[in-house]
Design a binder for this molecule. Structure first.
Ligand SMILES: Cc1cc2nc3c(=O)[nH]c(=O)nc-3n(C[C@H](O)[C@H](O)[C@H](O)COP(=O)(O)O)c2cc1C
Length: 148
C-alpha cells in the first residue's frame, strides 16, 4: 500500500480542512495517509518511508508573498534537506483579490523543485472557502493519487 504524508500550515482553518479532505480522498484511493500540522512536523519526516509528500500553506501579506506564519519557519528549515527525486505536490488556500493569489503555493513549488523534488501535479490553489471547492480538491487529489 502506498503511503503519503501531508504537512500543512493554517491560520483560520481553511488549509487544515483542505488537508483533511485530501486525506479522505487519498484513503479512498487506498493510500495510507498521515496528516500533520506543520507545528508538529520536523525535517526528519522527510527521511521517513513515504511515497508522496503533500505540503499545504495559505498565503498572507499584501505587498509581498508571506507564507502562513507556522509554515514560514519550516520553509526556511527546509534549506538543509535533500529532496532528490521525492514525489511532492503543493496546495493552499488564498484569496484572488490579493496581488499574489496563493503565492505560498508558487513559492513552495519553486523551492522543492529547485531542491530536486518531482512535482507530480501542478499546485492546488483554493480561492475562498474550501467547502465551495470540494470537487476541485477531489479531482486534484485523484490526480496526485494516480502518481503514487
Ligand atoms: C491580512 C491578510 C493577507 C492576505 N494575503 C493574501 C495573499 O497575499 N494572497 C492570497 O492568495 N490570499 C491572501 N489572504 C487570504 C488568506 O490566505 C485566506 O483567507 C486563506 O483561506 C487562509 O487560509 P488558512 O485558514 O488555512 O490560513 C490574506 C488574508 C488576510 C487576512
Amino acid at each position: 500500500m502506498a503511503k503519503a504524508m501531508i504537512i500543512y500550515g493554517s491560520t483560520t482553518g481553511n488549509t487544515e480542512s483542505t488537508a483533511q479532505t485530501i486525506a479522505e480522498v487519498l484513503a479512498e484511493q487506498d493510500i495510507e495517509t498521515t496528516v500533520k500540522d506543520v507545528t508538529s512536523a520536523s525535517m526528519d519526516d522527510f527521511d521517513k518511508d513515504f511515497d508522496l509528500f503533500l505540503l499545504g500553506a495559505s498565503t498572507w501579506g499584501d505587498e509581498e508573498i508571506e507564507l502562513q506564519e507556522d509554515f514560514a519557519d519550516f520553509y526556511e528549515d527546509m534549506d538543509s534537506l535533500n529532496l532528490n527525486d521525492k514525489k511532492m505536490a503543493v496546495f493552499g488556500c488564498g484569496d484572488s483579490s490579493y496581488t499574489y493569489f496563493c503565492g505560498a503555493v508558487d513559492a513552495i513549488e519553486q523551492k522543492v523543485e529547485d531542491m530536486g523534488a518531482v512535482l507530480v501535479t501542478p499546485g492546488l490553489k483554493i480561492d475562498g472557502d474550501p467547502d465551495d471547492a470540494e470537487e476541485d480538491i477531489i479531482e486534484w487529489t485523484q490526480s496526485v493519487a494516480a502518481s503514487a
